[in-house]
Design a protein around this ligand. Sequence first.
Ligand code: GLY
Length: 358
Amino acid sequence: MANPVNKGEVYYNKEAYNSANTYLAKNQYSKVFVLVDSNTHEHCVARFLSKIEEPSAFEIIEIPAGEESKNLETCNGVWNALSELGADRKSLLINVGGGVVTDLGGFVACTFKRGIHYINVPTSLLSMVDASVGGKTGVDLGNLKNQIGVISDPEMVIIDSAYLETLPKNEMRSGLAEILKHGLIKDEAYWNKVSNLTNLDLSDLDEIIKKSVEIKSEVVTKDPFEKNIRKTLNYGHTLGHAIESYFLTHSSKPSLLHGEAVAAGMVLATFISKKLKNFPEEKLSRISSKIFDIYSKIEFEENDLEEIIDLMKFDKKNEHGKVNFVLLKDIGQPEIDCVVPNEVIYEAFDYYQNFDFS
Ligand code: GLY
């Protein structure tokens, strides 16, 4: 049967729902399931269903909200629900939610009966500009981020910025970190623009979301399975993921959103870039100031650092036991597979802790 959309393609706002309705009418799925979490069940799914022409037979499956749910146990619950509700190979799963829902839902779909189709409807800024695009699916293994998963594209991605109206400010800032990253790895003019946004007004966001998706999609199209250039999308994530994992499992530490950890990771990686790749010092100061304007400084204690550095051994870019960083020679000039001595990482934390942003 003809498919009116290109697999993995991103559609925006009104056009997205038109494409989804055409797609659903043509593809005649045996059953359609909608995966939500407790937040998107309350705030988003009604809007989504109101845009769909025949949603009456859709079954909703809910998982608890939060990174703590991003594990195989939650997948088990969703696989069981699909099975009990009669899902077959011609069923469709639509993930309506932030990064946890789209990553986990994608993984559940790709593995249920060896793979059913799925569609992503990202409802957080982070998921719109990063997680829902590019086919990465998966869950955490204990406190280790995204260790289990597959890369397989959704049928389509529906981006509707109206979902952001109910998104808390800290979640918006978390998504902004990925947007800042797109500027740093690809486009200095874009970095200048997005790092100077005074507030995250919805009127600016449509254009910004499109630009970020364009930057990400260009990279993913060239290297879908992250053999080379896709690694650049992990700028700030090598230490960012380690910091996030560490804070996730230490109850004495405040909770930290993904983007907050990545923002710190980008300051650290930019300092390391200055040390090892001659990244311009003046730009390092500007980038650090901008990031500290937006994100509160994370407090690290001396004995946190050893464990955080140790956690990097689980980074997915590692090969042959080597931790591979993405560094920058300048804004828009990333270099992959960079090995960084531990003493430079300690120096970077020192720079971060003592940065005077007053
Ligand atoms: N989040 C990075 C990537 O999709 O490659």
